[in-house]
Design a protein around this ligand. Structure first.
Ligand code: MFK
Length: 555
């Protein structure tokens, strides 16, 4: 019998995740940690024993849209894959949304919720997308203070039983653009008690949700973002039929193919105003921020799945009489991947911790600004880390990584979305810039970094000057250019540099704790390796040069 390679196996992702476990142990109380461990172990076992095999078995299944029934009646039914039909129950059981709102869990509720989100995202075939938007919608409604809508929807969005759970869509994107929302063309017409919406939504993820938040321009309002209002809609009637909405088609996407993303036409769909009839972007911003945190953890969930599969494969694969895992070069490549992942996860956990504290009134103004800044930065950094990491991981499998039926290439195709939806890297960098230039932000950032590095002295005395140099480069890039065009042209480098500096400081702080409390030197090794990849991503070349190059190529 000729040689047959044993395929990689996926074990319980929580059981084997020292980075997550150690990160949680440092922050949570012992009681909180033990309670979370019970849930996380059970969820992790479900992922390994049932969900991952189901994902492989359903690899070729996709949602399908049926526009008409046999007799020509418009039905617009969307069929879902079996895993998608199962996931509301998993989400409700493990509290992937409600846990963040459980007051009894205190300020660590978000951290616990996102730990479970991270463990389950890669196993959800992107059911995490409607869950993310649902979490965002709950937050936005609560912040809007609209009591009627809070009573109507928030209990459903945070339901603890799958059959009661509603998900919410977030219908923002139109043909005019996913980033430039201000040019949205959907009209809102006042019709007695309700508003009626007319327009075309071009990219509505999770078209099967029971509710959605969307932007539309009430007739008579001015152009631009100021004239948009935020609306709440329940797209289906009690029989499950869409009313005054047509599904034009499902999108044919590079990845996330189990997720039924649709083009919709609103033809008088009834809706309710969430707040006043203007400033919709400001009102929907909590959804953006919430889903960006989900995106951060989802990206890392994919990164971690890739690392787990590659590590398992490397332990089974023989090369020249050695297992792949013992080849020095393979170890070096893997260490580089792990260091990026580890820094990214500490940044994500920190954001979740701040978010929980903020929602429990435990953040001062400075830390609230910091949270607002770190959300876009964590999203853009982890998305790019994951895309680069998974490209390398696919390569680590050699030819097997290029074969669709191993399930490996799909990881890379799916991951590409993390830097696109909820704002591309450039849009998020500009969002970070919006916060950075506000009075007091830089001081808050500097103070936070200083406090972190103060906890990393001793173990990292030799390395900390590199952090200061990179941070100064970001500051110089920002402050050296008063002109907004010059400044914005550097937004990506500045955001990346701040993200890498902050992630390094968090990892270094954690490494000091782990070496004392857990006698674990691996986080310190990861921090040094991450630093070796460089922190500074500012390329302070004259803008005239980039302009010349770009315009020469594209007149
Ligand atoms: C598994 C993980 C799943 C993740 C979920 C996946 C769902 C996928 C579905 C989608 O992708 S939906 C599409 C998502 N679309 C975006 O993310 C839009 C990207 N574009 C932006 O983020 C723009 O920056 C934005 C549309 C928000 C701003 O556009 P404008 O027209 O330039 O608005 P402007 O005037 O800058 O901001 C309006 C107000 O909102 C300002 O406040 P004021 O009116 O008080 O001055 C801003 O400060 C505020 N604002 C903007 N972004 C904010 C924010 N406030 C808080 N947080 C933010 N992030």
């Amino acid at each position: 019998m000729s040689f047959l390679q044993a395929p990689p196996q996926l074990v319980n992702p929580f059981h084997s995740d020292r980075v997550l476990q150690s990160g949680l142990r440092r922050v949570l109380t012992r009681t909180e940690f033990e309670a979370l461990c019970d849930v996380a172990m059970e969820l992790g076992q479900l992922v390994a024993d049932e969900l991952y095999p189901q994902q492989l078995a359903e690899r070729l299944m996709e949602p399908a849209h049926t526009a008409f029934d046999a007799w020509g009646r418009r039905v617009d039914q969307i069929s879902l894959t079996p895993l998608w039909q199962r996931f509301p129950h998993i989400a409700a059981r493990y509290g992937l949304v409600w846990r963040g709102y459980d007051k009894a869990l205190g300020p660590h509720a978000r951290l616990m919720q996102f730990a479970l989100v991270y463990l389950s995202c890669a196993a959800s075939d992107f059911y995490a997308c409607p869950l993310a938007m649902t979490d965002g919608a709950a937050r936005a409604l609560i912040e809007s203070g609209n009591e009627a809508l809070i009573r109507r929807a928030v209990g459903r969005f945070t339901a603890r039983r799958g059959e009661l759970l509603w998900t919410s869509g977030q219908w923002m994107t139109e043909t005019t653009g996913g980033s430039d929302v201000s040019r949205s063309q959907t009209r809102a017409v006042h019709d007695g008690e309700v508003w009626r919406l007319y327009g075309r939504k071009w990219f509505t993820s999770a078209a099967t949700s029971e509710a959605a938040l969307l932007l539309a321009r009430p007739d008579g309002n001015p152009d631009g973002s100021e004239g948009l209002a935020l609306f709440y809609i329940e797209p289906r009637d009690s029989a499950g039929r869409l009313h005054h909405i047509r599904v034009d088609r499902l999108k044919d996407k590079l990845g996330t193919r189990k997720l039924p993303t649709a083009e919709l036409t609103l033809d008088g769909a009834p809706a309710q105003l969430v707040g006043n009839d203007r400033h919709g972007i400001r009102l929907i911003a909590p959804v953006l921020n919430q889903t960006r945190v989900w995106n951060t953890f989802a990206a890392l969930s994919y990164y971690r799945r890739g690392l787990m599969l590659l590590r398992d494969y490397a332990a089974r694969r023989q090369i020249g009489g050695l297992t792949l895992a013992h080849l020095p070069l393979q170890q070096d490549t893997f260490a580089g991947l792990l260091a990026e992942f580890e820094a990214g996860l500490h940044l994500a956990l920190h954001v979740a911790e701040l978010m929980g504290k903020s929602e429990h009134g435990q953040l001062d103004d400075r830390h609230r600004v910091l949270l607002r800044l770190l959300i876009p930065i964590a999203k853009l950094l982890t998305a790019r880390q994951t895309i680069a990491g998974l490209s390398e991981i696919v390569e680590g499998f050699g030819g097997a990584g290029y074969l669709e039926d191993t399930g490996i290439p799909g990881l890379m195709r799916d991951a590409q979305v993390f830097s696109i939806w909820e704002g591309s890297t450039d849009v998020l960098a500009l969002d970070a810039m919006r916060v950075l230039v506000a009075e007091g932000t830089w001081a808050a950032l500097q103070a936070a970094l200083f406090a972190l590095t103060a906890q990393a002295t001793g173990l990292f005395d030799r390395e900390l000057p590199q952090l200061r140099t990179a941070f100064d480069a970001a500051k110089q890039s920002l402050s050296g250019h008063a002109n907004r065009c010059e400044r914005d042209a550097r937004a990506r480098g500045v955001a990346m540099t701040i993200g890498r500096c902050y992630a390094f400081a968090l990892l270094a702080r954690h490494a000091c704790w782990a070496s004392m409390a857990e006698q674990d030197r691996r986080p310190a090794a990861a921090a040094r390796r991450f630093l070796a990849h460089g922190l500074n991503r500012c390329y302070d070349t004259p803008r005239a040069d980039s302009q010349q190059l770009a315009l020469d190529e594209f007149p």
